[in-house]
Structures are given as structure tokens and as C-alpha cells.
Design a protein. Structure first.
Length: 282
């Protein structure tokens, strides 16, 4: 994901706070494990005028409709995650046993960090986050946000917190793990990275554990299962939550291609069932 083009949403005029409906989200965060549908969910907002970044990653066979991730936003999160990695690699079997620590840029969406991880932001990082927010209402998507969300929330003005919201998308872990393994096998920027089936499940489990145990205890949250976005009822649910009209031309059932080839461990199944419960109660 190292090539960039002008953002596919850059042709849409950015919207101001005053132009948004009073009930609309002004600080929207898209969370969920990579390969779980975060790109589809973020793409639903591509016509809203929310700032999603100035330089987007190219579409690829893995994400033919685009990633809706921005180089600068990803770079901030990559640096934050990478700063924590030395504390946990090579000290516990969960984080070693054949795993190559992310070395090349862009690999930290597959990092595995425990709930004890914390992110201390520097003055430079805070300035870069502030610059993102200065562009107006935002919709930010990056799987690393599963870990770093609190660093971003700490830079939101108190007066804006009521219009902040998070949407967490998820799929069955066995489907996600199959997609992760295929991505690692085929993506050029992951050639120096190795991950086992067990470690891929650990990645999924740890990221959603951060969301459920640390982040979702405060603020407005919506949990959405991937298949819901292929139905009008799911899209309506997202619109009602955000106060924004989504792009209904984007969801395509033919892009749901991964088929599981492994059995999810019980702890991952338990987390998935908790996510399903939260989705059904939304």
C-alpha cells in the first residue's frame, strides 16, 4: 500500500460544521480488524464531505473499491503502535514463536499488543493530529485505531465530544483470519512479515479486546456485522446512528470472497458472540 493517488473523496467539497445537520457526527471513527469490512464501512461516507484524508492508498485486488485510508493518518498510528512494540516482542510466546516484528512501513495493522499497552503522544504527534482535525468534520479509518483511539480522542475539544461517534465493524474471526493470511501471502509490503494461523487469531482477538474492554466504555458506539451492510436495514441503521446519508451504491455481495479454512478458538468465538450481542441491541 505504498503508492498513492489523489484521494477518491477529494473531489467532494469538504463540509463545514455549520453545513452539517445538528444531529450528525462531526468526529466519526471507523474501527475493526483489518480485512473485516472497514473499507466498505468507511466508503459509505465518501460522498458526505467529511474529511477522510488528503492522500489515499490505491485500490488493489484486495480492496477493489479503495481503502479510504490516508497516508498521514496511518503514519501517525504506525508510529504510535511501533513505539509500543519493543515492550512486548520476544518476551512472551503470544508475540514471538515465528513472528517477524513489523519492520516495513504499513505492517503495524497486524501488530499484537496486550491491553496493558499505552500510547504517550509527543508534542509533534499532537500537532499532527490537531492538523487533521483542523480540516473540519472528519471520518477517520485505520485498523491501528483499534489500539490508538484514545490518543486521538484526547485531542478533541470537550465541546465536540457530544458529536463524536465510533462504528465498529466485524466478521466471524475464521473468515477474517483467512483473509489476513491471503493478504500476507500476496501483498508486496508484507513480504518481510510472517504470521501463523494462531497469531492471526491473536491479532483479531487482541484488537477487538481493546475495543470492547477499553474504548467502548464511553462515548457513542455502533456495532455492525459485515453482512448487515449488504442489506438496506443495515445501511439505514448506520444512517440513523450517524445522521449522515450513506452511499448505497458501494456495497456489493460479490466482494465477500473469503472462505474459512480453520476453526476459531473458543476465546475468539466468545468475543465474536459478544460483538453480535452488541450489534443486535443497537
Amino acid at each position: 500500500m505504498n503508492s498513492t493517488i489523489s484521494s477518491p473523496v477529494s473531489c467532494v467539497p469538504l463540509i463545514t460544521d455549520a453545513q452539517l445537520p445538528s444531529n450528525a457526527c462531526r468526529r466519526l471513527f471507523i474501527l475493526g480488524s483489518g480485512r473485516s469490512g472497514t473499507s466498505l464501512l468507511a466508503g459509505l461516507f465518501r460522498q458526505t464531505g467529511l474529511f477522510m484524508g488528503a492522500s489515499a492508498y490505491l485500490a488493489s485486488p484486495s480492496n477493489p473499491t479503495g481503502y479510504y485510508e490516508d497516508r498521514e493518518i496511518n503514519s501517525i498510528n504506525e508510529e504510535l503502535v511501533r513505539s509500543e512494540l519493543p515492550k512486548y516482542t520476544l518476551t512472551n510466546d503470544l508475540y514471538s514463536n515465528g513472528w517477524d516484528c513489523p519492520s516495513s512501513y504499513g505492517q503495524c495493522w497486524l501488530a499484537r499488543l496486550p491491553l496493558a499497552a499505552s500510547f504517550s503522544t509527543s508534542a509533534e504527534i499532537n500537532k499532527r493530529i490537531d492538523q487533521i482535525f483542523s480540516r473540519g468534520p472528519t471520518c477517520l479509518k485505520d485498523p491501528r485505531l483499534n489500539y490508538t483511539l484514545q490518543a486521538w480522542l484526547s485531542r478533541i475539544e470537550v465541546s465536540q465530544m457530544n458529536s463524536m461517534a465510533c462504528i465498529c465493524i466485524f466478521r466471524h474471526p475464521s473468515v477474517v483470519v483467512e483473509s489476513i493470511l491471503r493478504e500476507v501471502r500476496t501483498a508486496a509490503y508484507l513480504r518481510s512479515f510472517a504470521i501463523s494461523v494462531k497469531q492471526a487469531y491473536d491479532c483479531w482477538l487482541l484488537q477487538y479486546s481493546h475495543i470492547l474492554r477499553l474504548h467502548a466504555n464511553s462515548g457513542r458506539w455502533l456495532f455492525v456485522e459485515y453482512d448487515e451492510l449488504l442489506q438496506d436495514s443495515g445501511l439505514y441503521k448506520v444512517e440513523q446512528f450517524t445522521g449522515l446519508q450513506v452511499d448505497r451504491t458501494l456495497p456489493r455481495s460479490d466482494l465477500n470472497r473469503s472462505k474459512p479454512s480453520s476453526t476459531a478458538p473458543q476465546n475468539a468465538v466468545d468475543i465474536y458472540q459478544e460483538l453480535m450481542s452488541r450489534s443486535s441491541s443497537s
